[in-house]
Design a protein around this ligand. Structure first.
Ligand code: NDP
Length: 250
């Protein structure tokens, strides 16, 4: 594993109790950062913190990223726990139920967009004033290959992730002279609990599109995200980084 230096950096990872977010938290921690895990299930957070095994360098907050007041109080608690904020990883997300676009329940569309797109907006909105105060920051948004390509039977998810890419590009430009880099990654299928939300035929479709012929791993996502969270990522902002085993070559 390459060594990345995140000493004296404090990071927030949303959806950090499991899956990709947990692997990111683990990698940031092993790179020297302290980490606030945000998630909506207190028991899952407690278990994740215990598994990470560094209580002095971790903090947890029960948050619903779709609620501005919940996000705001978690930001205050996270900044209070470690004195400052340097890194935000917007990872919390859901897949939503698979359906043809015209058969998608508007409430399900709204639920997916609220969590996957409005959530990162609200978290950026609350955290950026702290980064500006610091004069330093790194934001990484977890988008998806679906946002680049548009997966059939997942228009809500694909559209929300395309929105995350556009949010990344706009913010990157707004903060370009502030020493705050904003980038996103676009994974193809990575084995986590999120797959339980999907039809097997949809998982098979996504796997069939990956030239490497395998699923991605959470540690592979965490490795790229850790670099994007580091000072070494200094001349790149508003960019989209591929993590799709060759599915997207653009
Ligand atoms: P998981 O379902 O394993 O983890 C997501 C976490 O986010 C869960 O703990 C979940 O909590 C939490 N979460 C969901 N909604 C909220 C909310 N409103 N507020 C706070 N936390 C919330 O998913 P992954 O680790 O697989 O996915 C992480 C990110 O990566 C997502 O944005 C996903 O879209 C993206 N991604 C995943 C891919 C994959 O194949 N795994 C591929 C491409 C992108 P709860 O259990 O309560 O829902």
């Amino acid at each position: 594993m390459n060594q990345i230096d995140l000493e004296n950096r404090h990071a927030i990872v949303t959806g950090g109790a499991r899956g990709i977010g947990f692997a990111i938290a683990q990698r940031l921690l092993s790179s020297g950062a302290s980490v606030s895990l945000w998630d909506r299930d207190a028991a899952a957070l407690k278990e994740a913190q215990a598994t990470l095994g560094s209580p002095e360098k971790t903090h947890t907050a029960v948050v619903d990223v779709t609620k501005a007041d919940s996000v705001e109080s978690a930001v205050q608690a996270s900044a209070g726990a470690f004195g400052k904020l340097d890194i935000l990883v917007n990872n919390a997300g859901i897949a939503g139920a698979n359906a043809k676009t015209w058969e998608t329940d508007p409430a399900e569309w709204q639920r997916v967009v609220d969590i996957n797109l409005t959530g990162p907006f609200l978290c950026c909105r609350a955290v950026i004033p702290h980064l500006l105060k610091n004069g330093y920051g790194r934001i990484v948004n977890i988008a998806s290959i679906a946002g680049k390509e548009g997966n059939p039977n997942a228009a809500h998810y694909s559209a929300s992730k395309a929105g995350v890419m556009a949010l990344t590009k706009s913010l990157g430009k707004e903060l370009a002279t502030s020493n705050i880099a904003v980038n996103c990654v676009t994974p193809a299928v990575i084995v986590t609990d999120i797959l339980q939300q999907l039809a097997q035929s949809h998982i098979d479709y996504m796997l069939s599109k990956i030239p490497m012929g395998r699923f991605g791993r959470t540690d592979e996502a965490a490795a790229l995200v850790a670099w994007l969270c580091s000072e070494d990522c200094s001349f790149t902002t508003g960019a989209v980084f591929d993590l799709s085993g060759g599915r997207a070559t653009y």
